[in-house]
Design a protein around this ligand. Structure first.
Ligand SMILES: Cc1cc2nc3c(=O)[nH]c(=O)nc-3n(C[C@H](O)[C@H](O)[C@H](O)COP(=O)(O)OP(=O)(O)OC[C@H]3O[C@@H](n4cnc5c(N)ncnc54)[C@H](O)[C@@H]3O)c2cc1C
Length: 462
């Protein structure tokens, strides 16, 4: 090891890189971590954390309205975007510091600069070359914006978190979870929201009932959802932004937010020179231990485009450190990863959608509950909750759990444990509910849903 300055150099101080650096150091490795922006990466600075804080803020408008049904008189309310953004920024600075402290306490050396790969063991940072026996690339992803005329007037999720003012009218382009979440955030804060998606229905890959249910509930809130449409061109006018749509219609808004996907952040990193293999999307190809085709170079997190979520990046980073420095080879486990969409109402799921289960497993039984939560009997809100279990008929194993409704993520997290443990429908049936909750529906569903109607035709863009 003496020929190397470090045992490990980590490029990228986000979810995956920070965990890998800390655990490797705990295993006794000499570790240098390079982060060009802020510690904590996407999740802490422009992802999960600020997003969830904005989601919390946006819920209050409905809480104030719902309070009347319970006897409360709430005075005139006013929302201050700048106050929220300042509070959010302060919390994120606190987290940046906490990340730094944790790394320093673990013995990790931190350099606040961009790093690039020079050869299989050499990294260049701040004009200096350092050599390491192992290099970990954990540089994450970056928003992709389409090349249409006027795109310079639009923003990505990165800029949204730092807007100077709340836009009165906003168009959100995209059909993924980030687009749906921002539609709910801006609507809750009082903006007029138009969400545009090029396919026939958003949230491709999620259960079809879930996708339809969310669309219905968002429309009930008067979010203007438009499918099978894109923006062709954007012009800045004296009144805001004028967007011409592919249908020939036009919309006038104050901001246009593109949430149309993220690409692995692999450009100009020196990967080509070293011969690290990428896939067609630019993601780093890795084996089941997160090792690239270059023996000393590993990669974890969004840059490998496996499952692009924070807990997965953390898990991959930890497994890498245990494998390389902990004498404990560990393959990250990508099965049964639960996920949420913090849309309004919220979605959470674990396991297979009904469509995938039918394709993969053949005969499945489906149990579905669609009801108005108790809270809304008095709030007067028409919102409905959807819960769904997908069961493999041959084994009775529950292979999919899906929910759209309040606290879906909190509820489904617990059920993810049951699925991981291989729970059967019988196990769900013999579990008593907690009453009165929405969650108890998951253990009281007894009636199989009829076989599904044929799925609608889908366009290639979906
Ligand atoms: C708006 C939004 C909301 C999200 N919400 C959720 C959610 O609710 N739940 C969830 O699980 N996931 C969510 N995600 C996804 C989650 O943020 C990512 O999956 C996670 O951050 C990936 O971690 P990572 O370590 O791979 O990369 P990142 O966290 O992106 O970290 C990569 C780091 O590398 C740094 N870097 C890049 N190149 C270099 C270089 N050459 N030298 C030095 N440093 C470099 C970057 O500055 C960055 O800090 C969200 C993402 C977005 C954009």
């Amino acid at each position: 090891m003496a020929q190397f300055d470090y045992d490990l150099v980590v490029i990228g101080g986000g979810s995956g890189g920070v965990r890998a650096a800390r655990i490797a150091a705990r295993h006794g490795a000499r570790v240098l971590l390079a982060e060009e922006k802020k510690l904590g990466g996407t999740c802490v600075n422009v992802g999960c954390v600020p997003k969830k804080l904005l989601v919390y803020a946006s819920h209050y408008s409905e809480h104030f309205e719902d309070a009347a049904g319970f006897g409360w008189t709430v005075g005139a309310s006013h929302f201050d975007w700048r106050a929220l953004i300042m509070a959010k920024n302060a919390e994120i600075e606190r987290l940046n510091d906490a990340y730094r402290r944790t790394l320093v306490e673990a013995g990790v050396e931190i350099v606040g600069a961009r790093a690039t790969l020079v050869d299989a063991h050499t990294v260049e940072v701040e004009g200096k070359r350092v050599r390491a026996s192992t290099v970990l690339i954990a540089v994450g992803g970056w928003p992709v914006m389409p090349k249409i005329p006027g795109i310079e007037h639009a923003i990505s999720s990165n800029e949204t978190f730092f807007l100077e003012r709340l836009p009165a009218r906003v168009a959100i382009v995209g059909g993924g979870y980030i687009a749906c979440e921002f539609a709910g955030i801006f609507h809750g804060m009082g903006s007029h929201v138009i969400q545009l998606y090029r396919g026939p229905l958003f949230l491709r890959g999620f259960d079809l009932d879930v996708r339809r249910h969310l669309a219905e509930e968002m429309r009930r809130k008067r979010i203007d959802l438009r499918f099978d449409v894109e923006i062709a061109r954007i012009e800045k006018t004296g009144f805001g932004l004028h967007a011409t749509l592919t249908t020939g219609d036009a919309i006038e808004v104050d901001e246009i937010l593109y949430a149309t996907g993220r690409a692995p952040h692999t450009k100009n990193l020196g990967l080509e020179a070293v011969g690290v293999a990428l896939d067609e999307k630019g993601a780093i190809r890795v084996d089941e231990y997160s090792r690239t085709n270059v023996e000393s170079v590993y990669a974890v997190g969004d840059v490998t485009d496996r499952i692009n979520l924070t807990p997965v990046a953390i898990h991959e980073g930890h497994a890498f450190a245990d494998t390389v420095f902990g004498k404990h080879p560990t393959k990250p486990d990508h099965a049964g990863v639960p996920a949420a969409v913090f849309s309004q109402p919220e979605i959470a799921c674990v396991g297979l959608s009904e469509e995938t289960a039918r394709k993969r497993l053949g005969t499945v039984d489906v149990y579905r509950a669609n009801f108005r939560a108790m809270k809304h009997t008095l709030s007067g809100r028409g919102e409905r909750t959807l819960m769904k279990l997908v069961v493999e008929r041959a084994s009775d194993r529950v292979v999919g759990v899906h929910m759209v409704g309040e606290n879906a993520a909190e509820i489904v997290q617990g059920l993810a444990v049951a699925l991981k443990a291989g729970a059967t429908k019988r196990d769900f049936d013999r579990t008593l509910g907690i009453h009165p909750t929405s969650a108890e529906e998951f253990v009281t569903m007894r009636t199989k849903a009829p076989e599904p109607a044929p799925a609608p035709e889908r366009s290639a863009a979906e």
